[in-house]
Design a binder for this molecule. Sequence first.
Ligand SMILES: NC(=O)c1ccc[n+]([C@@H]2O[C@H](COP(=O)([O-])OP(=O)(O)OC[C@H]3O[C@@H](n4cnc5c(N)ncnc54)[C@H](OP(=O)(O)O)[C@@H]3O)[C@@H](O)[C@H]2O)c1
Length: 219
Amino acid sequence: MGFIGSGNIGSTIARLAVEAGHQVVLSNSRGPETLADTVAELGPRASAGTSGEAAAAGDIVVVTVPVKAFPDLSAAPLVGKTVIDTCNYGPERDGHIPELDSESLTSSELLLRYIPDARVVKAFNNIFYKHLLSLARPAGAPDRSYLPIAGDSAPAKAAVTEFIESIGYGVVDAGRLADSWRQATGTPVWGTPYGPFSNEEGQPVGEDAIRVALATAKR
Ligand SMILES: NC(=O)c1ccc[n+]([C@@H]2O[C@H](COP(=O)([O-])OP(=O)(O)OC[C@H]3O[C@@H](n4cnc5c(N)ncnc54)[C@H](OP(=O)(O)O)[C@@H]3O)[C@@H](O)[C@H]2O)c1
């Protein structure tokens, strides 16, 4: 697994990945040396590199940065790669992006403009990073939680599903990248089902609840 961005959500996915036996290569904007503490904490399955090295290393690459950083991404190392996009648009952080304000594009479709030959799958954007850590459960657990994924490539969605299942969650197919507005910031499936941010434990959310929340989203 390669990580472009290793902040709250990126490092949490990396931690779950390492615990599940995956190798991870982390990167950020400031350089690998600034990730030494995180890598040491994650143990021998983790290392740090440049964004290009992280992209090259991963069978799956997680892009987990502010949306305003999309123009900085290098397309070349992501050609043909399955890319998980965790990113949410927030004008207060990202500045105003006309295509996202007008909802003519989802943020994942915007990402695809910068990395056009990647196979982008939206995932993890709807769960608070502390809940993601605390709600992971082994396959077969009665209180396993579910996460929506959206993407245009069936093989990429299958690979992402296998990864998510390996780190403790079930998956609900939420359609294509154009449909991923249904899991964007402020929709019924975003944050709320897993409990308030003030409760770091969160609450498990089953498959049906995720399906209903996706179906009731309105633009
Ligand atoms: N926090 C959550 O619970 C949560 C949940 C779901 C989705 N999300 C979304 O996921 C994304 C990441 O959120 P976060 O909370 O993890 O953010 P964060 O803690 O601020 O981390 C952002 C990461 O992106 C890196 N980065 C920024 N610009 C970059 C660039 N040009 N090239 C490479 N790396 C760059 C940062 O590196 P430096 O530190 O070196 O600048 C940092 O590692 C956001 O779009 C957010 O909306 C967040």
